[in-house]
Design a protein around this ligand. Structure first.
Ligand code: ATP
Ligand code: MG
Length: 446
């Protein structure tokens, strides 16, 4: 055997450990790449940990400079003008500086990256670039969240976290609050009437409005509050909870009477607050605090429909009463939850004024852009496209106001069945206050 052959054999027999390690890593990567589609179907979280996350980080590293340049996130290192002899020339500086991005952090089903804003930049331009990032990194979505000045977090979700029904929450979020679902960032979807006193819930038929109302009823039934229902669909939805409701109107004439009583209750509470020198019922001594009232309206458009001239007077009374409750109720413990397929100016000026009082907004899938605009356009036009992209196959998915960092967020409500909500309402029927107990000075339930 020649000397050369001997040398080659010796070299092959003692490969350095680094080569073995690299070989093993390549083998593992190959196996993972081949098993990736199967693993993703079987166990998405494990897939994300072993394959999705490292690959997405690699894609981020690979594409960040180009993305930042194309999306206008990089800034030139030199001013765009220069002196050439006696002439000032203007142009685009070469080699713009990309924003400084931190190490991607793992999250369940996603990742987040902290980015330092260049001076003069605002988080909005990052929000605009999110769609391009989602495409470049092959993830479901990317959101730009800014909770501290000068930085923005890019939060990527590998798949739609709302594609599976949410698991109901068991616990007590406090008086006048209810956890009704999950936000797409995994947080709890909280409706808190102490913070946002009145809500508007809009969505096409079969989008999930009544299910959300049922979920609210199921949670508030357990609390010391009065629930009042107005359901002009013949009471089909809210009459299920009749034993826990202090009042239920199923025709517009009944609604007028019920609302008149509630306006009287509200005015009475106002008089008490005035005489005690306080600005809200929550500032009254504990013993004198009246029981909070929550008015649930399903299919609000029915209240505003005018077919004959006789309807006009009734609609005017309903409209005035609802508006007064909206304007005065927040400080006096009277809250409105108004649901419907549409709620806009075509229902008359009363509807538009009431909408302005309903600061809390939930918009399920809608059939047309106009309805989305009616619901969210006056508060945040950036949510309109997102609402319209909710598929029919995902009832209960909505865009809601009240994200932790402000603004809107996608959410999915708990799939509470009417039967479950009815059972809970009946279990707590003994907590139902009478109409008399709603008046100020009756001592409430305490
Ligand atoms: N969060 C959810 N998860 C899963 N399924 C849901 C969810 N919310 C609603 N659904 C389902 O969608 C269907 C329609 O729901 P719902 O009755 O609440 O719609 P709606 O908006 O009130 O419709 P309509 O305007 O016709 O009264 C129901 O079958 C319900 O089970
Ligand atoms: Mg309904």
């Amino acid at each position: 055997m020649s000397r050369i052959e001997n040398a080659a054999r010796e070299a092959g027999g003692s490969l350095p450990p680094i080569v073995w390690l690299l070989g093993a890593l390549v083998a593992v990567a190959l196996v993972l790449a081949m098993a990736s589609p199967w693993l993703r179907r079987r166990s998405p979280n494990l897939w994300w940990l072993l394959w999705g996350f490292p690959v997405t980080v690699a894609r981020f590293r690979w594409t960040w400079r180009r993305l930042a340049d194309v999306q206008g996130l990089s800034v030139p290192s030199r001013p765009p003008t220069a002196l050439l002899g006696n002439v000032v020339v203007q142009g685009r500086a070469l080699k713009p500086v990309k924003p400084r991005a931190g190490v991607p952090r793992w999250r369940r089903g996603g990742l987040s990256i902290k980015v330092r804003l260049h001076s003069g930049q605002t988080p909005e331009i990052y929000a605009v670039a999110c769609v391009a990032m989602a495409h470049a990194w092959r993830v479901h979505s990317v959101r730009a969240v800014s909770d501290t000045r000068g930085t923005v977090w890019l939060v990527a979700s590998a798949w739609d976290p709302l594609s599976l029904p949410a698991v109901p929450f068991r616990g007590s979020p406090g008086l006048l609050a209810a956890v009704v679902g999950v936000w797409e960032d995994g947080g709890r979807w909280l409706v808190n009437l102490r913070r946002v006193p009145h809500w508007l819930i809009v969505g096409a038929t079969q989008s999930g409005k009544s299910t959300l109302l049922a979920s609210l009823v199921a949670q508030w039934s357990r609390q010391q509050v009065a629930l009042v229902g107005i359901d002009l669909k013949g009471g089909m939805e809210l009459s299920l909870f009749a034993r826990r409701l202090t009042g239920l109107a199923t025709t517009r004439t009944e609604a007028v009477d019920l609302l008149d009583v509630l306006v009287e209750v509200t005015m009475g509470r106002m008089a008490v607050c005035r005489s005690m020198g306080v600005r809200s019922v929550w500032e009254l001594p504990d013993k004198q605090q009246p029981v909070p009232v929550i008015v649930l309206v399903d299919e609000v458009a029915e209240l505003y429909l005018v077919a004959t001239s006789a309807d006009k007077a009734e609609v005017a009374r309903v409209s005035t009463a609802l508006l007064r409750l909206g304007q005065l109720g927040a400080a006096l413990g009277v809250h409105l939850i108004v649901a419907g397929q549409r709620f806009g100016s075509d229902l008359g000026p009363g509807a538009t004024s009431l909408r302005a009082q309903l600061a809390g907004r939930v918009c399920f899938r809608v059939a047309d852009k106009g309805t989305a605009e009616m619901t969210l356009g006056d508060v945040d036009p950036s949510a309109l496209d997102v609402v319209q992209s909710i598929p029919v196959t995902m009832p209960g998915v909505a865009v809601a106001l009240g994200a932790p960092e402000g603004g809107w967020i996608r959410a999915r409500s708990f799939p509470v069945t009417p039967e479950q909500a009815r059972e809970t309402a009946e279990r707590f029927a003994h907590l139902r206050p009478t109409v008399g107990q709603l008046y100020a000075g009756s001592g409430g339930l305490s």
